[in-house]
Design a protein around this ligand. Structure first.
Ligand code: ATP
Ligand code: MG
Length: 632
């Protein structure tokens, strides 16, 4: 079965079960400044899981393009990619566990004809402290499913300590089998929804001896062991709780969110040992073999990384949003992936100039029927690859030489003479920053190069240098702060501070579900997008204005503190809990009234703002409202 057929089979299967099949959302999230990329099928569905009506009904299915920067170091193993497709199906207040669990199993064993004995299951263990019982309902359903398939299915607890024995269904705690946007049950604010999940794993076989050769060999192998023997294929999340002051209550609308890794499902359906050996990657690997005159079997890791990275950037740049390699946000991720791929290409001694586009051409050819935007943006992708490759190759060789010198430094001996040459213990921050600025070496790439040499990479030193430099060139270079400010005039700063007051007031008046979805501030007005399912009433708008103006009149100081992300979260700061360079953030507080992670700048006291006025409140997109406001 080809991968195309498998994707189609999944969508057809759920269509037959009454689902509307919808196209993938963009890889670049709309109106969501909290994250750079769409990383799961659920992400674009959140408004509907929160109660917004989906135009296509209560049963939805799709294949969603996903990108996970956090998995980049895992690429090369037998199951992680940066870009992947997530097959999904959703019940928005319709069916629940009794349908969902048997359906996915039916798809795997009947449609894909996989052996039922290869599948293993996880379920939530239960936690008395939070008052949520173990997921006996799912376990009973699974037992019946396996019984009907003629497979014995015992449920076993604590396999991570005691081994799997002869179990089929395994209990894990909330770090594995609980879902909410904020993470574990204790991190969830009152009013947030969450639920249990149940995962399906596939056994690649003990004969592969993955466990024996892994760093985990002294511990028992179990489903969530990282050795790679068991691969998670899919995860059914059952959203059924809402957190209250007193604990968890049942929701009236219960939802199902299912996400399955397409490349992993193709890999087991095609009987392969990793996604890279499936037809999803075969053309790319063949191309890399041809370009490098090397064999996949003896350059596996490098070829996997190149294939993954060029495929990922082809999708990101191929996604109508016009993302190009740069030093900011998504563009920086693209740049980093391309440059890392080029460095691996150098290791493989690829001779051809401008070779990255040759691989992108294969990606586009393979996917253009399913994702027509790839064909539309083909020239854009290829040209940008050429440009970035040209740029980086100009400096790569020189930069590598410099790096060698810096990593292997001659130090004077005690008497001032020429001392011994020895490996540095680390690449100093200033040196790293020099390589970054002069030769365009992404810090993550240098960290990897340091690791290969067994030396440390001085992240803190690098960040300090970067900050110094940014402070100098801030206004000039970027022309735009991350916070969405167009300039730093006094008027703009005032409106920026007003935006913080506005968010706090909206949360007071409308509820804690309100989070910022985007903002754009000029010297004349502020535009502010936030999550809220319906039009605001006139009374609500007046109430918001009143609260903001009261805080302005109090003339409160606007204070800025630097702290760790963790601390900021603990203090209940609003904002983007993601950071590119380490985890120090700025938190701006206005009395007890507002606390936000933010890059600034702001005015010093609220008294400067004048009179706050909402001039428009309108819809921005599904589940997102937009306010335009001014200061008079
Ligand atoms: P894992 O623990 O294996 O990294 P996960 O718990 O991060 O998986 P989920 O967030 O539950 O995965 O995502 C749903 C499905 O998406 C997974 O069951 C898996 O099949 C797939 N998936 C997740 N991350 C990746 C990845 N980096 N590459 C390929 N497929 C992935
Ligand atoms: Mg993961």
């Amino acid at each position: 079965m080809t991968s195309q057929e498998i994707r189609q089979k999944f969508l057809d299967f759920f269509k037959k079960k009454g689902h509307a099949v919808v196209p993938s959302a963009s890889l670049i999230p709309e109106n969501d400044p909290t994250t750079l990329f769409t990383g799961s099928g659920m992400q674009p569905m959140i408004p509907y899981l929160l109660g917004e009506k989906h135009p296509e009904g209560k049963r939805i299915s799709d294949s969603q393009k996903c990108f996970r920067d956090v998995d980049i170091d895992e690429v090369g193993d037998n199951r992680h990619l940066t870009f992947f497709e997530m097959l999904g199906n959703w019940s928005l207040g319709d069916y629940f566990k009794r349908e969902q669990l048997p359906w996915f199993f039916e798809f795997l064993t009947k449609e894909l004809k996989l052996d039922p004995r290869r599948f293993y299951i996880t379920a939530f263990r239960g936690n008395q402290e939070i008052g949520v019982d173990k997921d006996s309902e799912s376990v009973e359903i699974w037992k019946q499913i396996f019984r009907e398939a003629g497979v014995e299915a015992k449920d076993i607890d604590s396999a991570e300590k005691n081994g799997m024995k002869d179990g089929r269904i395994f209990y894990y705690d909330e770090t594995k089998n609980w879902w909410s946007r904020s993470g574990s049950p204790s991190d969830m604010p009152v009013g947030e929804i969450g639920g249990l999940n149940s995962e399906v794993f596939y056994d690649l076989g003990a004969d592969l001896k993955l466990h024996e050769s892994s760093p985990f060999k002294d511990k028992p192998c179990h489903l969530n062991c990282d050795c790679g023997r068991f691969v998670e294929l899919g995860n059914s999340v059952f959203i059924e709780f809402i957190k209250t002051e007193k604990g968890f209550n049942s929701l009236s609308q219960k939802n199902v969110d299912f996400g399955g890794g397409f490349e992993r499902i193709v890999m087991v359906a095609q009987g392969e040992k990793s996604p890279f050996e499936t037809d999803l990657f075969s053309n790319l690997i063949k191309k890399i073999e041809a370009l490098s005159s090397r064999q996949y079997s003896d350059a596996t890791k490098a070829m996997r990384i190149i294939a993954d990275h060029i495929r990922a950037v082809s999708f990101i740049m191929g996604d109508d949003k016009g993302i190009i390699p740069s030093n900011l946000d998504q563009g920086y991720v693209v740049r980093r992936l391309i440059r890392r791929a080029i460095r691996y290409g150098r290791q493989l001694e690829i001779k051809q100039d401008l070779w990255t586009k040759e691989i992108a051409k294969e990606v586009i050819e393979d996917y253009k029927d399913v994702y027509p935007e790839m064909e539309r943006n083909k020239e854009f992708v290829l040209n940008n690859l050429d440009e970035e490759e040209t740029k980086f190759k100009k400096t790569l060789e020189k930069g590598l030489k410099e790096f060698e010198k810096m990593a292997l430094r001659r130090e004077p001996d005690k008497h001032g003479g020429v001392g011994v040459t020895h490996d540095q213990e680390e690449l100093y921050g200033e040196d790293a920053f020099y390589l970054y600025q002069t030769y365009g070496f992404p810090p993550e790439m240098m960290e990897e190069m340091c690791k290969e040499r067994g030396i440390e990479f001085d992240w803190n030193g690098f960040k300090t240098e970067l900050k110094k430099h940014q402070e100098l060139s801030r206004t000039a270079s970027a022309g735009k702060f991350k916070s969405g400010l167009a300039d730093t005039s006094e008027e703009t700063k005032k409106l920026h501070t007003a935006a913080h007051l506005l968010l706090a007031a909206l949360r007071k008046v409308l509820g804690d579900h309100v989070v910022q979805k985007g903002s754009n501030i000029t010297a004349e007005r502020l535009r502010f997008d936030f999550s809220h399912p319906e039009k605001m009433t006139d009374e609500q708008k007046q109430e918001v204005e009143k609260i903001v103006n009261e805080v302005i009149e109090k003339d409160l100081p606007v204070e800025c503190q630097e702290m760790s992300l963790k601390e900021a979260k603990k203090q209940g700061a609003m904002g983007v809990f993601e950071s590119k360079y380490g985890d120090k953030v700025k938190v701006y507080s206005i009395g007890d009234y507002s606390r936000e992670i933010c890059a600034g700048p702001h005015v010093e006291r609220t008294g400067r703002l004048g009179h706050f006025k909402i001039i428009k409140e309108q819809s921005s997109s599904a589940g997102v409202r937009r306010i335009k406001a001014i200061l008079e």
